[in-house]
Design a protein around this ligand. Structure first.
Ligand SMILES: [Zn+2]
Length: 320
């Protein structure tokens, strides 16, 4: 069984799954930019429901929202979107990268206490909502794992081991994926209990293959975010990984943000969306999958990646 925001669900019922899309986000201190318009929750929910209903039209039945505790997470917002759009949503416990998160409290707590906090959100739910988390988010910065991040990752790995819930990560610039696997396997998890997120962030097929060789899932999870890497590079490297025998290790998504609380620092999210017309949850189905088929992949390959891989990711973690 997998924890969704509306209750436990059999992994066989997950169906077509996108593994990394954000229902809503608020960067730490977003409310401090008092020039921004007030956040209108009901309007925001309606807008997000529209986007998820469109996704439902493409046969998607489940979305993982890996928003960590410190990025404006709102699991009741997610539950309302899930009920109205009929898409299963899986929310996360866990913490973001030190440079963009809220590290003060976990810096003060020992590993054991952080582990207990994560386990509490998985077994009993977030605060008193009864909404239980189905994944644990971990995150590392560019080039090296900070002392804080190492502590939080270690706590997350222990919580994963205790609960059978898998890990999903944030990385920067295709770095530290190996460190994440080392920390996870170091506490006795299988490498397959981890999706190394944002592994499509650079034209680096050797890095991607090395993660797959160890048995972790490789996140090609930023399709449409072409100011980081063109999608043509993502499709080329995804196809190369499949051709190398790693179809079982590929995960796909867009890392869209369907609703912003406040702005993104000094950037205007609406302007950003305008500059990235393909950064939408339906982009894979409208453009990328047809392109991958032209490159020689079959519908069976694509179904395997969006249905079988997510199901196996939860099943193997639960049975470890
Ligand atoms: Zn993300």
């Amino acid at each position: 069984m997998v924890n969704t925001v509306t209750g436990p669900l059999s992994s066989a019922e997950l169906g077509r799954t996108l593994i990394h899309e954000h229902v809503l986000i608020g960067f730490p201190g977003w409310f401090m930019d008092a020039r921004q318009p007030a956040f209108k929750r009901e309007e925001a929910i309606e807008r997000v429901v529209d986007a998820f209903q469109e996704l439902h039209g493409h046969g998607v039945r489940t979305v993982i929202d890996p928003c960590p505790m410190d990025l404006g997470r709102d699991v009741e917002f997610c539950a309302e979107v899930s009920r109205k759009s009929r898409i299963n949503l899986i929310c996360a416990t866990g913490a973001y990268v030190e440079s963009m998160g809220i590290p003060w409290t976990f810096k003060a707590l020992p590993v054991e206490a952080i582990t207990e906090a994560f386990v509490k959100e998985i077994e009993q739910g977030v605060a008193d909502t009864g909404i239980r988390c189905g994944v644990i988010k971990i995150a590392t910065g560019d080039g090296e794992v900070s002392e804080y991040e190492r502590k939080v990752l270690t706590a997350a790995a222990h919580a994963a081991k205790l609960t059978g819930v898998p890990l999903i990560s944030h990385t920067e610039n295709c770095s530290c994926g190996q460190d994440q696997i080392d920390i996870a396997t170091g506490v006795g998890l299988r490498a397959s209990s981890l999706i190394v997120g944002h592994s499509d962030g650079r034209d680096d097929p050797a890095y991607q293959k090395a993660l797959a060789d160890r048995g972790s899932y490789v996140g090609f999870d930023r399709f449409g975010l072409e100011q980081i890497v063109p999608d043509s590079v993502r499709t080329k490297n995804l196809k190369a990984l499949v051709d190398a025998g790693h179809r079982d290790r590929v995960m796909v998504s867009h890392d869209t943000v369907n609703c912003w609380q406040g702005a993104l620092g000094n950037s205007d999210p609406a302007e950003m969306q305008k500059a990235l017309p393909n950064w939408r949850m339906t982009h894979l189905f409208e453009h990328i999958f047809p392109e991958l088929k032209r490159m020689g992949m079959s519908q069976e390959d694509l179904d395997h990646i969006v249905i079988d891989n997510p199901r196996r990711y939860f099943d193997e973690a639960a049975s470890a």
